[in-house]
Design a protein around this ligand. Sequence first.
Ligand code: IPM
Ligand code: MG
Length: 383
Amino acid sequence: MNAQIERAVEHFRALLEEQEARARRLEADESASGGEHTGKTVIGVIGGDGIGPVIMAQARRVLEYLLADEIAAGTAELRAIDGLTIENRLSCGEAVPAGVLEEIRACDVLLKGPTTTPKGGNLESANVTLRRALDLYANVRPVRISAEGVDWTFFRENTEGEYTLGSRGIELPGLAMDFKVITDAGTRRIARAAFEYARKNGKKRVAIVTKANIMKKTDGKFSDVCHAVARDYPEMEVEDWYIDIMTANLVNPALRARFEVFILPNLYGDIITDEAAQLQGGVGTAGSANLGSRYAMFEAIHGSAPRLIEEGLGDYANPESILRAAQMLLNHIGRAGQAERLQKALEICCETERKCAVTGDQSGATCQAFGDYVLETLQGLEG
Ligand code: IPM
Ligand code: MG
C-alpha cells in the first residue's frame, strides 16, 4: 500500500506542477490580444456521430442559403471536416486525431455535430478535448420560454473545474479521487465574458452559482473572483446562489423569470443547462457556443442519440438545436441580420406556426422535411 500511496503522491505532484504552470500561462495570456483577423471566414462543418450528420445536413443547407452572397464573393467558406467520427477516433486511438485537429485549426469557427463518448475505456471525449485544445473557455447557452418572459443566458466555464483533469484522478484499492481545478485567471475570463454580455444586451441581473459552502477552496475562489470582476460593472445586480437551490428555482414558475445571466463552474453549468433546455422544450431545442479568444465552436447541447440510430429513426432527428447553434454562429461572425432572420424563422417553425413538427419518430416530420420548412419560411421572410 505504501508504494501505491507514494506513486499517487508523485502523480499528484506532477498534476500540481502542470496546473500551476497552466495558471501562470493563463495570467500571461490575459494581457495578450485576441487572434488575427483575415478577410475570409472559414466555417468548419463537422458532422460527428449518430444523428450528427443528419441534423448537420440541414444546418449546412440553411447556412449555404443565408451566406450565399458571402460564399459567392469568397468572404465565407463552409469547409467539411470528415474525420471526427467515433470509428476514426477509435482506430487512431485519439480523442481528436492530430490530422483532424490540424484541419480544425485552419478554420475560424466551427459548427459541430454531436460526437459519441464511449463509457469507460481510454478514449477521452472529443468535445472536452476540442474545448481544451482550442481554449474555448466560455460555454454560452441561451434558453428562452417566451410565454413566461424567461430569457436566460448561462455562462458555463468550459475548460476548468472537474473537467481539467477529468480522466487523471487517483485510484487506490477501495478508494478513488478526482480533482477539481479553479484558477484566478480562468475564472476572471468567464466572469468578464458574462458581465460584458450582460452590459451589451441590457441585462441587469447576474447570478453567480456555486456550492461554495461545501467546495470551499475551488468554488470559494470562483465566487470571490466573479465578485471582484463585478466591481467593474456597478450597474449590475449581482447575486450569489448555491447550485442546489438554483436547480429548484429554475422549476419554480413564480421565480424563474427574474433570472437573466448565470455564471457557473464547469460541471454545475453542464448539469443545469440540460435542465434549463428541458424547460424550454427539450435538449433538442437548445444551441450552444464555445468561445475562446481565437476560435469558436457552435454545437447542439445534446449528444449523438445512438438509440435513435439503433431503432432506425435517425432520419427523424430534430435539427432545431443545431440550427439554434448556427444562429449563434452567424451572430458571432458579425452576420446579425442573417442571425435574426434565422431566429424569426425558427420562432415561426417551432413556436407560432408549427406546420411541421419533428417528434423523434414516425409520428412527426423527418429532419429533411423540417429543413425544407425552415428554408421555405426563410424565403417567405425575404418578401
Ligand atoms: C455538454 C456535454 C459534454 C459535457 C459531454 C458530451 C462531454 O454533456 O456539452 O454539455 O459534459 O460537457
Ligand atoms: Mg451536458
